[in-house]
Design a protein around this ligand. Structure first.
Ligand code: CDP
Length: 781
């Protein structure tokens, strides 16, 4: 078997899933249509904070086609008015007496038709008594602030306090430091806005006593466990199917009230219930990301050597703490905010706060708050460079963790597995022609033009587990794979993670192809069905390749070890006389005597050695020894229009390092998409509330998603520094560009204005915001 035939690791195999997508043959949740199916729609609150005085469902109930109207009072009788969140908080499914955010679920209508359900929603009469909204997290912490969560046994809106690092040492360094810079940064609330909104079809079948839920879930097994614990239905009587999913990005990790109400309704009516959010509901009420108010300080020597970082954060989590951060890290992995830089000490404090906004802390295409961490350090390094009059590239080279320092213990307790930061930045600078750009910038500046060059050299942290450090609600974070090689050498691989567009059906098949020497066409990957897939923690936080990717490689190697015994039997030699070479077991010293995996597979069912268990299957539950730490060096060149305040990205180069690359084409796609999703919050996206807590950006007219028109041509390149502990040397990649792009863009814009005394601009840098700055500085046209 040749590498060309196998098409394993490193080959740009076309995505196996695409033929069904481009023919419109994907199966998304809304494509699931069952006989007798009923439709659910949700009544939502027009207030951010209000007492519910009365809900009158009589008019809605009387409408032809309306089957039921479910309220919180009814759910309370079934003990389902509240549900646990993945962060150990609790969340209203439907309220009994008050609402705590705009567009909160208030009641649910079940009807024979989707349109009747929508009409009936309008016929439900709810009388509210408005209460003062709590919108500013700083105000929320004041003693006289209205309580968002009187259900909790506490008299403040404070949720939790969390810290990492060495406070004493950090404070000492700050006292004696030659230079200190400080900055407030706000990273606003944004929404993942996947193409497919959330939804489910819940179907309880009394004949089999089984509940099946087709669900837009990034973590079907974990959701099934939670459903079982909440409802008391035994886990084997629940089947969660996460079919084709149109983008997750973190927004499909939380359990939303709609899922629970639809499940309650199918158990009550014994009919399938479909609930699909519309676009505005998705934008207005699903969990949000970011909303971090950050105060950061760097201490350094006058020569630019960074000595310590100190960060205080207020995290606005809305009305319920419904994030999916690992239990031990309520602020996610924000403590990786020392980034790619070697420093003596760091101290990070984060406080979670309740406000009357939708629940939150979703890790939007980032490994639990790493975007916030990277934005902080990458902005702060530029601010320090500005203070010292140093070049942003030079200050980075001066402070990088050096290749020989890996594995590197960070001051906040993480062990970085591998990296070569100077090589990545040097490659980026050489490719983009950094010196020439700086020369051009000086010339343009002399002519009054505003051109900026921004750098970000980030470190990501992906691949949760390991189980000794990571769990969600007590469920340890590992992942799994199960491989079956059939007699003809065709393979089915089942994995504990599932794809929402990342191409797992292709890349996981490539891993098996490489390990077993079986052409990728003969390998099918299945996932997302809790009845068939091995238990896994789901796909988010770029964890699939580091965890289930490793599990797949290890399971394949188990198969290979068994295959060696069968090959030895077929070739009538000792197993020790065989070597795995060029995708076959060959007799050492006589490479022409060999057996391919196809031949061995046939023998595993027809001619296996006496005493050996027949068949050729293996599984692996892989508990990674550490996370993986992908990294990158991004350079962005912008021109600013002095007449409109518009930022034009003239050039953007992303040099990424995710260790061994399984499929370079898919990785390229991940990076292109991620860069656009990084540009979006930098320049466009922000969820905005008015003083009443009403969302002003609840449609795509006001929430500016970038399209192909706004997206520049991305240039990409790679360095390859394998992870020493991953069986393939692979690190995750999906989220690197989303976290690396925003600071590169902001650093470029600020760089364009730094000679005017501008040191920081909060994202999104909209034309209106920038034009005001240009006016203030007297350079607007
Ligand atoms: O968890 P998620 O799949 O979102 O993220 P990931 O592990 O970064 O993988 C995203 C896609 O890129 C998957 O199809 C991976 O198999 C692929 N990938 C790759 O080909 N090589 C890598 N080193 C990392 C990811």
């Amino acid at each position: 078997m040749t590498a060309t035939a196998v098409r394993g690791i490193g080959v740009p195999v076309k995505r196996k899933e695409d033929p069904r997508f481009i023919r419109g043959k994907g199966t998304y949740v809304d494509d699931v249509k069952l006989p007798g199916m009923l439709y659910m729609d949700i009544v939502r609150s027009p207030y951010a904070h209000a007492r519910i005085k009365r809900i009158d469902v009589s008019k809605a109930r009387a409408m032809p086609g309306v089957i039921d109207v479910i309220t919180g009072e009814e759910l309370a009788k079934a003990n389902l008015a509240w549900m646990p969140t993945l962060m150990g908080d609790r969340q209203m499914v439907l309220p009994t007496d008050r609402v705590v955010y705009y567009a909160q679920e208030v009641a649910a209508v079940i009807a024979t038709d989707r349109y009747i359900a929508a009409d009936a929603v309008l016929a439900v009469e709810v009388e509210y008594e408005p209460l003062p909204p709590v919108l500013d997290p700083f105000e929320a912490l004041k003693p006289d602030a209205p309580l968002v969560r009187p259900d909790r046994d506490q008299k403040t809106n404070h949720i939790w306090h969390w810290e990492a690092g060495d406070k004493e040492k950090t404070d000492r360094i700050f006292q004696e430091a030659e230079v200190v810079v400080a900055q407030d940064l706000y990273i606003p609330r944004i929404h993942v806005a996947s193409i497919e909104t959330c939804g489910c079809v819940a179907n309880y079948d009394p004949a089999t006593d089984k509940l099946t839920i087709w669900m837009t879930s990034q973590a079907p097994h974990a959701h099934r466990t939670v459903f079982s614990l909440v409802t008391g239905i035994p886990e084997h009587k629940i089947r969660v199917i996460s079919p084709d999913i149109g983008g997750g990005f973190g927004g499909k990790v939380p359990v939303y009230p709609g899922y629970v109400i639809a499940t309650y309704a199918t158990l009550k009516h014994k009919k399938p219930i479909k609930w699909i959010e519309d676009r505005s509901e998705n934008l207005q009420a699903d969990s949000f990301a970011r909303d971090y108010h950050i105060h950061a300080e760097l201490a350094a020597n006058r020569d630019g050597k960074i000595r310590a970082l100190r960060v205080k954060v207020l995290a606005d989590h809305g009305a319920f703490d419904a994030a999916a951060n690992p239990s031990r890290f309520p602020a996610g992995l924000f403590s990786v905010c020392t980034g790619s830089y070697d420093m003596e000490a760091a101290h990070v404090e984060v406080d979670g706060v309740y406000t009357t906004k939708p629940p939150g802390g979703v890790a939007y295409r980032c490994s639990f708050r790493v975007t916030e961490a990277v934005h902080t350090i990458e902005r702060m390094v530029d601010i320090l460079a500005d203070e010292l009059g140093m070049d942003p590239a030079e200050i980075r080279f001066k402070n990088f963790i050096q290749p020989h320092q890996f594995p590197y213990k960070s001051p906040t307790g993480w062990e970085y597995d591998s990296g070569n930061y100077p090589a990545a930045l040097q490659k980026a600078l050489d490719m983009i022609g950094y010196r020439e750009l700086r020369r051009e910038q000086a010339e343009r500046r002399a002519r009054g033009e505003l051109m900026g060059i921004g750098i970000s050299t980030f470190t990501e942290i992906v691949g949760a587990g390991p189980s000794h450090t990571f769990d969600i609600l007590g469920i340890k974070m590992f992942d799994s794979a199960e491989i079956r090689v059939h007699p003809t050498g065709a393979v089915i691989v089942r994995i504990g993670v599932q794809t929402q567009g990342q191409g797992h059906e292709t890349t996981f098949a490539q891993i098996v192809a490489e390990e077993l020497g079986i052409p990728v066409e003969y390998i099918t990957v299945e996932h997302g069905d809790t009845d068939t897939a091995p238990y896994g923690l789901g796909t988010y936080a770029s964890r699939s390749t580091p965890t289930a990717g490793a599990a797949t490689a290890v399971a394949a190697r188990k198969i290979r070890e068994k295959a060696r015994l069968i090959a030895a039997h077929l070739l009538e030699v000792s197993p020790d006389d065989l070597e795995w070479k060029d995708y076959a077991f060959r007799v050492k010293g006589a490479p022409d005597r060999y057996k391919t995996m196809q031949e061995i597979a046939f023998a595993a069912y027809t001619n296996f050695p006496l005493g050996l268990e027949p068949g050729l299957e293996a599984e692996c539950y892989y508990d990674p020894p550490n996370l993986t730490f992908p990294f990158g060096a991004y350079v962005c060149v912008v021109d600013i229009d002095r007449g409109t305040g518009q930022v034009k990205i003239r050039e953007f180069l992303a040099v990424d390092d995710c260790g061994t690359i399984i499929n370079p084409m898919i990785v390229e796609g991940q990076i292109h998409g991620g860069l656009t999703m990084g540009m979006a919050p930098a320049l466009f996206e922000e969820i905005v509330y008015d003083e009443n807590g009403t969302m002003l950006s609840g449609t795509f007219m006001d929430y500016l998603l970038p399209t192909a028109v706004e997206t520049p041509h991305w240039k990409t390149a790679k360095t390859v520094t394998p992870s020493p502990h991953h069986p393939l040397g692979a690190k995750g990649v999906g989220e690197s560009p989303t976290i690396g792009a925003p600071p590169a863009i902001v650093n470029a814009v600020v760089d364009a204005l730094s000679h005017l005394g501008v040191r920081h601009i909060d994202i999104p840098i909209t034309p209106a915001k920038l034009y005001r700055i240009l006016q203030e500085k007297g350079v607007a046209e």
